[in-house]
Design a protein around this ligand. Sequence first.
Ligand code: GLA
Length: 378
Amino acid sequence: MDIQTEFKKIFGGLPEKIFRAPGLVNLLGEHTDYNAGFVLPMAIDRAVLIAARRRADRVVRMIARDFDHARSEFSLDAITRDDAHAWSNYVRGVAAMLHARGYNLPGVDLLIRGDVPRGSGLSSSAALEVCAATMFAAIAQLDISKIEIAQVCQRAENEFVGVQCGIMDQFASARARADHALLIDCRDLTHELVALPRGAVIVVCDTMKRRGLVASEYNTRRAECEHAARLLGAPSLRDVSREEIARRENELPPVIARRARHVITENARVLDAVIAARQNDLAAFGRGMNESHASLRDDFAVSCAELDAMVEIARGQRGCFGARLTGAGFGGCTVNLVAEDSVEEFCAQVAREYASRVSVAPQIYACRAADGAGEIFD
Ligand code: GLA
């Protein structure tokens, strides 16, 4: 059933507007965003949709189709959490942060649904936040930029949901463009579109291992990176060069040195990959992805057996230029750069080999780079 019809069935009238915000996959630049570094994500052709209609009062009423049509509602005059419906906290958090910035919001009826896999590192929560912010901005006719939307959503996640994520996911979901990746400098949020190299396809492989440890380990890694920057006397790891860390590594405790080395070399890999993309050098781009995985596994220690198995299987296939874990790690997905004419065989063969090695059937998606969030007009 399309979202208009479903909305009408539930709320007894058509929605005023429909919004969409995509999930995303990060091609390179992992655990660099909260170190003021570089990232290179692209939006994927899977998204969260919200159908919305303004109400006369100050109530936000939400129905989530993908959670058995669960329902949660709150008053804009007292925005509280609803941990029985954790999904609703993303919308609540966005409303609370818009409110904190002085924006005045009307009550709305919302039907939420989507096809971004959850808990697998494709940023379904950022997509929901950005979709909610885009919806509130349009319904309330706010004068607000895409960058501010991303900042509001990141704050919602940091302060309301309680996850200390960087800004990459929200920024990319708000600002991405079809057929392009987005190079973001997370220090000042300047960004550039980077055309994806021709002749290859981005394939996402979901290990189906859900990311259990992610919140506590993520926060530990953040603290270790900040510790490294302090010991090196730098404002952030972004300000330390590859040469400097190679020279000064032994001034740091060994674990801290490894974390720093990952972030610093990863920033350089992002910039090298942008050059490779511009020269359509698929082999060089893929090499950067492979090196990133090794660095995330050995120095940053955020991989796991399933991710390593998926990467190894992918690299054994014809036409695979590069493979690495994507997102925070500890489970979730890998991202792969695969020659166009090998994609079908790649997907079938990786699915077969992974299922026989790990005894779990993976999900595999060949992705197109999609546009960032916006209203859907039909
Ligand atoms: C998660 C966070 C992002 C980023 C990645 C790791 O996806 O939401 O901000 O830090 O991990 O690169």
